[in-house]
Write a protein that binds this ligand. Structure first.
Ligand SMILES: Cc1cc2nc3c(=O)[nH]c(=O)nc-3n(C[C@H](O)[C@H](O)[C@H](O)COP(=O)(O)OP(=O)(O)OC[C@H]3O[C@@H](n4cnc5c(N)ncnc54)[C@H](O)[C@@H]3O)c2cc1C
Length: 364
């Protein structure tokens, strides 16, 4: 069986690794030119029941623990006047919570665990057609072609593979503006102290200013605004958005290096599913792009683990394995996508501070 995975993100790489451990080889086609082609972004918290479980099935728990930062789970929530509303401190050194790991470290850990040549770089999938002898013919932007019997779309938010299964399109749900502050302990010790070892959220009226410490000693600053607030291409415009906030908080924007990176945040409609088609399926953001409230990467990795488990259990009938995976994935993702949409809307609501503190302190 010739198996192709489109996309070497966290979902695609986790799938390739677990399949390889089960004696199933796959080729991963990735549009980026190399592993270093692009900065991978900030850090992620991996949950025990999803991201960490997938890494255990990938045989990578030890390497994850060496690279992860349990103290990065710390979360401080402030109001625009700088008053602390909530302060969550994890148990020191414990991996039982949601330790943080830099995205680049996690991706490297997965890439290093794959046989050389598994990832074919510089291959942007642009079209999929029926194969000459069954299966699929993949067409890449540079004119290359490849055939496969089984295709997994792990190609993220703007998936090319998705259109084989559903017409669903992502909606524009928020605008995010990002900045970076490098070498923060030396250059801005007061800001390092304010943010602490993990995450800081400052919740205002329909806007959120967040800061996150990365393993390389930098801070990533992100301003979240409703979808139509998109005039934030520079620091001045961003500072105007947060006018009147406590100067220690706006100092996070002023200290940002270089330019502001605005981006659209999109999500697929909750409840997106498809009828099923032999030989092809989706994992991760390609299947269920959600607003970013800490589930997307975790669920992408769990999708990978569950699909790999089904394929390994029944290699002679991959179509039945895909059907079983999709049934489980749809049932699992439905409530998570709804919760993510609800929490995200809450974070950008006029009453975000009270709503989020109530959410975090409600008995579970
Ligand atoms: C600001 C922000 C913060 C977030 N924070 C968190 C968090 O704290 N915790 C969490 O769990 N999730 C978080 N997420 C969500 C998380 O980033 C995604 O859900 C996760 O990366 C999805 O993994 P994936 O493998 O499905 O897709 P991706 O990570 O997007 O990987 C897709 C891969 O496919 C490649 N690709 C795309 N198109 C093609 C093509 N046509 N041909 C070939 N290759 C292609 C891409 O280059 C990429 O390498 C956050 C998201 C954002 C935007």
């Amino acid at each position: 069986m010739r198996m192709a995975i489109a996309g070497a993100g966290l979902g695609g790489l986790t799938l390739a690794r677990i399949l390889h451990r089960n004696g199933i080889d796959a080729v991963v086609y990735e549009r980026e030119a190399s592993r270093a082609a692009r900065s991978q972004g900030g850090s992620l918290d991996l949950h025990p029941e999803s991201g960490q479980l997938a890494l255990a099935e990938a045989g990578l728990t030890g390497r994850f623990r060496s690279a992860a930062r349990p103290e990065g789970e710390e979360l401080r929530i402030l109001d625009p006047a700088g008053r602390t509303l909530l302060h969550h401190r994890p148990q020191p050194g414990s991996f039982s919570g949601r330790p943080e790991i830099d995205r680049s470290a996690l991706r490297d850990l997965l890439l290093d665990a794959l046989p050389h040549g598994t990832v074919v770089w510089g291959h942007r999938l642009v079209a999929v057609a029926p194969g000459p002898d069954g299966g699929f013919r993949l067409e890449f932007a540079d004119g290359h072609r490849a055939d496969c019997d089984l295709l997994v779309g792990a190609d993220g938010a703007r998936s090319t593979v998705r259109s084989l299964l559903t017409d669903a399109e992502p909606d524009y749900v928020a605008t995010l503006a990002e900045l970076n502050i490098s070498d923060v302990d030396r250059r801005y010790p007061d800001l390092a102290e304010l943010v602490g070892p993990g995450n800081l959220w400052c919740l205002g009226v329909s806007r959120l200013l967040a800061a996150q410490r990365s393993g390389d000693g930098s801070l990533r600053i992100a301003a979240s605004l409703p979808a139509d607030d998109h005039h934030i291409g520079n620091k001045r415009a961003l500072l105007d958005m947060f006018h009147g906030w406590e100067p220690r908080l706006t100092a996070l924007i002023e200290a940002g290096d270089g330019r502001v990176w605005p981006r659209r945040i999109e999500a697929l409609p909750t409840g997106t599913r498809w009828a099923g088609r032999p030989g092809v399926t989706l994992i991760g953001d390609a299947a269920h792009l959600m607003p970013p409230v800490g589930e997307g990467a975790n669920q992408a990795m769990l999708d990978a683990a569950e699909l790999a488990r089904e394929l390994a259990a029944d290699p002679a009938d991959p179509h039945a394995a895909i059907r079983a995976y999709e049934r489980g994935m749809f049932a699992r993702i439905g409530p998570i996508a709804e919760m993510s949409a609800r929490v995200h809307a809450m974070m950008l609501s006029p009453t975000a501070a009270e709503d989020i503190v109530r959410f975090f302190t409600a008995p579970r």
